[in-house]
Every structure is written in C-alpha cells, then in structure tokens.
Design a protein around this ligand. Structure first.
Ligand SMILES: NC(=O)c1ccc[n+]([C@@H]2O[C@H](COP(=O)([O-])OP(=O)(O)OC[C@H]3O[C@@H](n4cnc5c(N)ncnc54)[C@H](O)[C@@H]3O)[C@@H](O)[C@H]2O)c1
Length: 259
C-alpha cells in the first residue's frame, strides 16, 4: 500500500476543476479530493456544486466552489486570482466545461459555430494561457488535463461543431505538451466515449443508443466514475511523471471497433 500511496497521493496539491459542477468532472473532482488534493470546483451554478462539496466534506476532504463562466476570459483571470488568494497555489488544472449540439451540418449558423467553439475550445485555450503562464512562473511540476471527446478523433454522426472543437482541444494539448515539457508542465487529454449525462443525454433516442451499444465491444455506456483512475494518474507528478502530450481513451472499446 505504501507503493500505491507514493504514486497517487495528492496531499498538498491544489486542483482547479473547471466543469466540476457537472457529471464527469464532478466525479473526477471528488476522486482528486479523495487522493488528498484540495479541490476548487468551477461552474456557473453554485447549486450544482452542493452535493459534490458535501461528498468531499463527508470524507474530510477540502474543497470549495468558484462561480465562473469560462467563455469569458476575465472570469478565468478572476478564477486564478481567487484560487491563489484562498488556496495559495494551483498544481493541477482540469478543463472540463463542455456542451454539445446536434444541429445538422448545413443548418449550423455562424452564431452556433462560434458558441460551440467558445465553450468547447476557446475556454480551454484561455485557461491554458492564463494558468500556463502562472505554472511557468511558478516553476514546479504541474499537470493540465483537457477533456476531449472520441468524436474529436473519429467521425461520430450529428455532432459536427462539437467534434471540430474537441479535435482542436486534442491538438492544443499536444502542442502545449511539446512547448512546456521543459517547464515540467504535463498536458494530456482524456477522451471519453459515451457516458450518458445531462450533457450527452440519449433519452428519447433509443435507436441511436442501441447503435452505440452495438458498436461498443463492452456493450454498455460508461459510468461517471470510470474516468477517475486515469485522472489520478495524469494528475499525479509521480504516477504520471513521464506522461505528456498523449490522450487516454476511455470508451469500452468503441474506437477499436470496425465491423
Ligand atoms: N458525457 C459524455 O458522454 C462525454 C463524452 C465525451 C466528452 N465529454 C466531455 O466531458 C466533459 C464533461 O461532460 P459531462 O458529460 O460531465 O457534462 P456535464 O454537462 O454534466 O458537465 C459539464 C459542466 O460544464 C459546465 N459548463 C458549461 N458551460 C460552462 C461555462 N461557460 N462556464 C463554466 N462552466 C460551464 C456545466 O455547467 C457543467 O457543470 C465535457 O467537456 C464534455 O464535452 C463528455
């Protein structure tokens, strides 16, 4: 157990989890706190943080909520300022705010395309710039985990704008990993497959849900805690010490399936 502890213990680390009020990143935030990190859950709605903060409190973990709309660059500036004021430092950044759209390709107008890029890509770009600048100046090992999507790697029907934005996230992570390796800042992407959540509800679309399951070797959807182990590995400067510029796909084998 000492060995596992030495690999995954995040005591003394501070993690900012953007989108931590949501399903997947909420679970990842709780996991980071369980490993000992102080966790700052970031989202637009404080009510969505209540359950997660209580869950962390219940096992004696430390966490707090910060309200931000990460499509606004100034909100991300304020987030860093607030984090430094209250938690004194940041070691881990999770970029997990995201939103999908199922508009058919020829009907996507410029406003919608801009909105999809704003939430799914620009927010990540801005957070990486703002926190990356801080991480470089801080000069300690740091980890950035960006939330990608399998649809950013291979075509998934009906989510064009979202997929393009997520493809850009994957590319950004790799670029920054190369750029910042010399500063001991690791940048990786988590690539979830299908996890039915508020964001990716398949309710009312039984035939699509069945199609996905038929294409998934494990014949099921993911559950919100199934990104946690990979999150801890990428977050930990010991477990993930040589892992940068890569992506971890967690999809029950969906992307390994051809016919
Ligand atoms: N659920 C899936 O199947 C799936 C698959 C691939 C990738 N992802 C990605 O994983 C991440 C989490 O997804 P989820 O399914 O848990 O969704 P979710 O809707 O439960 O969580 C997303 C969170 O982001 C927050 N958010 C949205 N816009 C924001 C903004 N402008 N400012 C601040 N916060 C904002 C939401 O309030 C919410 O708390 C997203 O980036 C999503 O694209 C999810």
């Amino acid at each position: 157990m000492d060995y596992l502890n030495s690999l995954f213990n995040l005591k003394g680390q501070v993690a900012v989890v953007i989108g931590g009020t949501g399903n997947l990143c909420g679970s990842m935030g709780i996991a980071l706190a369980q490993a000992g990190a102080e966790v700052i859950l970031v989202g637009r709605n404080p009510e969505n943080a209540i359950e997660k903060l209580a869950a962390i409190d219940a096992f004696g973990g430390k966490s707090w909520f910060h309200k931000a709309d990460v499509t606004r660059r100034e909100d991300i500036d304020d987030l860093l300022t607030a984090a430094l004021l209250r938690s004194e430092k940041v070691d881990i950044l999770v970029n997990g705010a995201g939103m999908g759209s199922g508009t058919p390709f020829l009907e996507i107008n410029d406003d919608e395309m801009a909105r999809m890029m704003e939430i799914n890509f620009n927010s990540v770009f801005h957070a990486c710039q703002i926190f990356g600048d801080y991480f470089i100046k801080r000069n300690e090992p740091c980890s950035i985990i960006n939330m990608g999507s399998m649809s950013g790697k291979m075509p998934v029907s009906g989510i064009f704008a979202y997929s393009a934005a997520k493809a850009a996230v994957l590319n950004l992570s790799k670029n920054l990993a190369r750029e910042w390796a010399e500063h001991d800042i690791r940048v990786n992407t988590l690539v979830p497959g299908f996890f039915p959540t508020a964001h990716a509800s398949l309710q009312g679309d039984e035939s699509r849900a069945l199609e996905i399951l038929r294409h998934t070797p494990m014949s099921r959807f993911g559950t919100s805690d199934e990104l946690n182990a990979a999150t801890l590995m990428l977050a930990s400067h010991r477990a993930g010490s040589f892992i940068t510029g890569t992506e971890i796909t967690i999809d029950g084998g969906f992307s390994a399936m051809t016919i």
